[in-house]
Design a protein around this ligand. Structure first.
Ligand code: GDP
Length: 317
């Protein structure tokens, strides 16, 4: 990327998009473009097309998506498939029409078959049935991969996809109904500590295994891929290590300083039993993460204390 390249970050105000903006600025990119949802509705095909033709960005990070944890995915199934399909189709097609030099499309590790061998290699895509709780979201993300591949094959576009593992960090969603597990556990442990509760309640059996990546590491990996990788096959982005939800709950409790116990609510779904990415391709290209899980949880907790906890308390008052 030239230092003066015009870079559009779709989804700049989400957790991933804001980490990308931060990473771009830290590397000296100043010609950045974004729009709030009020300014540009990404579900509106004509508005997206007009925006791309007017701005003509050189590089695009497609980090806009409707995202959420296991219950949100399972409950708002139509919204998750419709919004993600439409955003991807609108942005990728407009990027093609306006002649974008390179686009990086962000997907998710839930694109892989529920019972695929672990760790998940990129080539396992479309080799088996998906996890039912997030199948609509996963289908939309698979379609986005295929959009990028197809515009590359038919029109020679340099559109690349990456599949991040479970992400966490500043700007995360801490709403207990719609969030992912890690921010939910930070909030549950914090509130239990403040209230001096005996235990927190964790959904499911605690046995599923998940891998987590701090969002600044993801942004760094995206910059690396944008600058160094122009091939068709998509790339996994993760740390290559996972742990059980029970172990995660214990680690979060330790970082937050909650000394009570953990209860499991088995009426809530476990989701896929394991979702560990094989990250050997990205490692072989020369990228690896910097923030360990414990240090990352401490950073995320500090962000929660400064930004989200006051709001949470204000809502409860
Ligand atoms: P997933 O990776 O798509 O399954 O999404 P989540 O991050 O929402 O959930 C990961 C795992 O954590 C699942 O097995 C959940 O049942 C479990 N889990 C335990 N407690 C919670 C919680 O409070 N919130 C969420 N979202 N998941 C939880």
């Amino acid at each position: 990327m030239r230092p003066d390249a015009k870079v559009y970050v779709a989804g700049h105000d989400g957790m991933v998009g804001s980490a990308l903006v931060h990473a771009l600025r830290a590397r000296g990119f100043t010609n950045l473009v974004w729009r709030t949802r009020e300014q540009l509705e990404l579900l509106d095909q004509r508005a997206v097309r007009d925006f791309f033709l007017a701005e003509r960005p050189d590089h695009v990070f497609l980090a806009a998506a409707r995202v959420g944890g296991i219950i949100a995915n399972n409950t708002y199934r139509a919204d998750f498939i419709y919004e993600n399909l439409t955003i991807s189709a609108n942005v990728i097609h407009a990027a093609h029409e306006s002649g974008v030099t390179k686009l990086l499309n962000l997907g998710s590790s839930c694109i892989y078959p529920r019972l695929a061998p672990q760790p998940l290699k990129e080539e396992y895509l479309l080799t088996g049935a998906l996890e039912p709780t997030n199948e609509p979201y996963a289908i939309a993300k698979i379609a986005a991969i295929k959009l990028c591949e197809s515009y590359r094959r038919q029109y020679g576009r340099n559109f690349v996809s990456v599949m991040p593992t479970n992400l966490y960090g500043p700007g995360d969603n801490f709403d207990l109904e719609s969030s992912h597990v890690l921010p939910a556990l930070i909030r549950k442990c914090h509130e239990a500590k403040v209230r001096d509760d005996h235990a927190i309640t964790v959904w499911g059996t605690g046995n599923p295994r998940r891998e987590f990546l701090y969002v600044d590491d993801l942004a760094d990996a995206c910059m690396f891929v944008m600058e160094h990788y122009d091939e068709e096959p998509f790339l996994n982005i993760g740390c290559g290590e996972d742990l059980t939800i029970r172990e995660l709950a214990e680690l979060v409790a330790q970082v937050v300083g909650f000394r009570g116990g953990v209860r499991f609510d088995e009426s809530k779904p476990d989701g896929t039993p394991r979702k560990l990415l094989d990250v050997s391709r990205l490692r072989a290209l020369g990228w690896s993460p910097k923030v360990g899980l414990q240090a990352g949880i401490a950073k995320a907790y500090n962000w929660f204390l400064e930004h989200a906890a006051p709001r949470v308390h204000a809502q409860a008052d």
